[in-house]
Design a protein around this ligand. Sequence first.
Ligand SMILES: Cc1cc2nc3c(=O)[nH]c(=O)nc-3n(C[C@H](O)[C@H](O)[C@H](O)COP(=O)(O)O)c2cc1C
Length: 249
Amino acid sequence: MAGDDGQACVTLLEAQNLAPQEFRHNPDAGKLINELLRRGRTGAEQRLRDLATRTAVAEWGDSVVDVAGKRVLYVIACGGRPAGDLAPFIARCQESGWDVCMIATPSALKFMNTSALAAQTGHPVRSDYKQPDEPDVLPAADAMVIAPATFNTINKLAYGSSDTLALGLLNEAIGLGLPIIAVPTANTALARHPAFLEAVIRLRSWGVTILLDPDLYPLPAPNQGPTAADLFPWEALHSAVADLAGQHG
Ligand SMILES: Cc1cc2nc3c(=O)[nH]c(=O)nc-3n(C[C@H](O)[C@H](O)[C@H](O)COP(=O)(O)O)c2cc1C
């Protein structure tokens, strides 16, 4: 790296390391990255492209388009039938201006069409931790939704387990104070389990919004089968995401 462009590149990389939250979506940083990539004189173009990905400056083929200002919503799906019904919800979030990224637990994958969701969101669907030297492929999140949230993931999240990528991202989000909305899909038996009830109380005390109220959103019976997915409260979830946009927009 040499000259003014090289120095600008070093400054950008240092700034991102020092203050990643402030750096993401920063329109000035996005413009500078675009300009440096256009001129191609830094000798560190790949690192700049990685930086563009981390800062919500989307890459399209050989060119880089600044999407600064779009807020990023991670939609995290766990292993329940509603994971197969995410596409219309994602479309509505996109219409409301969110850049949506999909994350799945390994158990969720069997319910989902990941290639269709990747095409819809413009981002790969991630379900496992990256390799040590790989760059992050998703822009940093502004908010997260867990839909559906299984009994298993709710219980593990309440006690800090990080054995799936989904949980790792959610634990970081709790640490960062990002808004999280979870929609449990536990059946009526699991929803009475003391560990689950304690987990819900614990998560709510940390500021996680949990849409769980059997009077308003009835839960499926054990072994209900495919009709269980019909009970999932997509409309309530959409309203909660809209409230989020109002509060934080
Ligand atoms: C067809 C099918 C439907 C399931 N539905 C649910 C469900 O609605 N809620 C739930 O908590 N678990 C459900 N499970 C069980 C979870 O997939 C299982 O507990 C899994 O370990 C959850 O992993 P995850 O929390 O990492 O996604 C279902 C499993 C299958 C095979």
